[in-house]
Design a protein around this ligand. Sequence first.
Ligand code: ZN
Length: 495
Amino acid sequence: MPNALERLKQKTTDLRALEAAMGLLNWDQQCYMPKGGAKARALHLSVLSRMHHEQFTSTEMGDLLAQAAEEAEPGSTDEAMVRVVKRDYDLATKLPSELVMEQARLAAEGHEVWVEARANNDFPRFAPILRRVFDLSKRVAECLGYQDHIYDALLDLYEEGATRADCLAMYEALKAETVPLVHAIASRPQNDDSFLYGEWDVERQREFTLKLVRAIGFDLERGRQDVAAHPFCTGWSVGDVRITTRFGSYLPSAIFGSLHEAGHGLYEQNSPEEWDQTPLAGGVSMALHESQSRTWENLVGRSRAFWVRFLPELQQAFPAFAGVDLDRFYRGVNRVQPSLIRVEADEVTYNLHTLVRFEIECDVLTDRLSVDDIPEAWNARYEQYLGIRPPNDAQGCLQDVHWSGGMVGYFPTYTMGNILSFQFWELLTRDLGDPYERIARGEFAPILGWLREKIYSQGRRYTPKELVRRVTGGGMDPRPYVEGLKRKYSEVYGL
Ligand code: ZN
């Protein structure tokens, strides 16, 4: 009889196969499936996820984990693997299966209702679902347990070890620095970006974005790019990572969307080969993943140096840019403008969008705000933080998909990713020297190499907080981020 560690590895590899099947079905649904496939696809996915849940939460798995924990050498990767599986196992077993089923049902039902409510700008239609979402989230939080605040239990699902107190400190620091910056920018003449809109040829957009993601190191022999309504990145092995993008009339949507997803993809493609198909493979948390997509999208892609290298090629692919010089292009793609829609927000105002959601989630979870009053609370906060008021709920509290899917506690991880990206970049700059000289020459390998060594090669070996500590020597720190933004946008807007 092989030892418990070996049997645990075998079990997790089996489960990985189910996860891969679900991932592929999901990817196909978003990229290629004909509309008529929806009903059967939902059935197939629910059967597979039930099989996965049953196998993963079996008593055999619990016994194996307990034995494997005793066999694993302290400090070894085996020990790390056992810890990772144990965390997932605990999360999966703390919730009664009727709660898990109800969550899945509500997510499926909620998505349909949300799509309709958003299309018709009909919050009352969505409100009963949203009430159930928050009620379920409260029950989930109680099952999982928490020390300080109910929010901690939910946030931990997406960002292990992060707490509401971390979020409060993070947002305080950001609010203090970015709200005045937004006002200062608003007092300056706005940057023209009208030249970024047009009837752009889809085939050329495809070719150009593929050129960019290949240039930064995304390996198209071990991945591919397709089109999806809401871009995402997925994958089932280090040798098969799928990114998606969309092609429309605002050209940066394709360009920076592709770079963003390729950033997620680079993290996955550079996970250690020997950990492939094991629980240690891939990115460690939402915030760490987002730190990488933001690095490649913003710190690299929205830099002047990047366009020193690529503007001539853009002008070749799209002759409409022939008369747009580097400076005008750079200022155009870095235009800052308070807006209503989070996913279209610029680097400076982005975190104010997640702040609104974070505050509302906390208030509803602690019964300081009722679901029916969310629209008013939402609009008042947009007015307070961004100086604009949504004219309707479709452009207000109905805009995001997360709540309809039961994801309460997710939004702060986007902002954590923004902050971490600048922290890592500061250290990368210290180690490599000015990365922008290399970027202007199209040399991305040293940057990718640094990120691979420090972050990608670590997979899920350490907890997110431990990984951040190992890379930075401390915890999450908003300073490099706010200083970086102030430096960049003072120059962009001549403050
Ligand atoms: Zn992302």
